[in-house]
Design a protein around this ligand. Sequence first.
Ligand code: ZN
Length: 232
Amino acid sequence: MIIKGNDMASKKTRPITICGYDVDFCKGNLKNLHIRVRKDGSVYVSAPRGTSMSEVEEFIESNREWLDSAIAKRKAAYACYSDRDTIMLFGDEFKLMIIDSPSNDVIKDDRCIYVRTQRDPELLIRRYLNTQLMPVAKEYLDKWTRYTGLQCDDLRTKYMHTKWATCNHRVNRIWLSTKLAHKPLECIDYVILHEVCHLRYPNHGPAFHSMLAVYMPDWKRRQDRLNGKISS
Ligand SMILES: [Zn+2]
């Protein structure tokens, strides 16, 4: 089984700081210099082989105004967490504390989740949620594939806003939304079974629902809890 998080940077890039911007940089077989601001507000710059760093700096300087506005716009649209927000982890409530520190890590006590960074806290929080979610999800997946005799070769996560999970039954791959880490364990358990049932039945027809009910008679209550319609 392959287990991957959602890694933003591709292998060919290297992180550097140019003109005060943290940039993923790569050189390749290109005609021109390119800047791209990704969805998370991170910046990617690619340059033709043989380009000098002063040419790259000049290019960035000449695009500074556009770059600042593009980063601000993307970050505002992307940010889901802010300092002193309430953040849920497996159904329990914590206070999110974003601390200006070079540690670049996330730690948790009984009441708070502390994000210590001088870079983008959003990325660190999402990675933390992934590392919390994955072992739990894998355990449930092992259970349900064993009980049903179905096979899932690939479990992955990404930050999905409108779906809890998706299943590609042709390649036996399940994608989970990182946001599931906020939800109670019994709801995550339900989502995994739901997707495992899709490995056999791609749609939501009667056969799909009877399979779900055989393995999890209270699936509807768990689904309602997942979607915030009931509290327990
Ligand atoms: Zn479904």
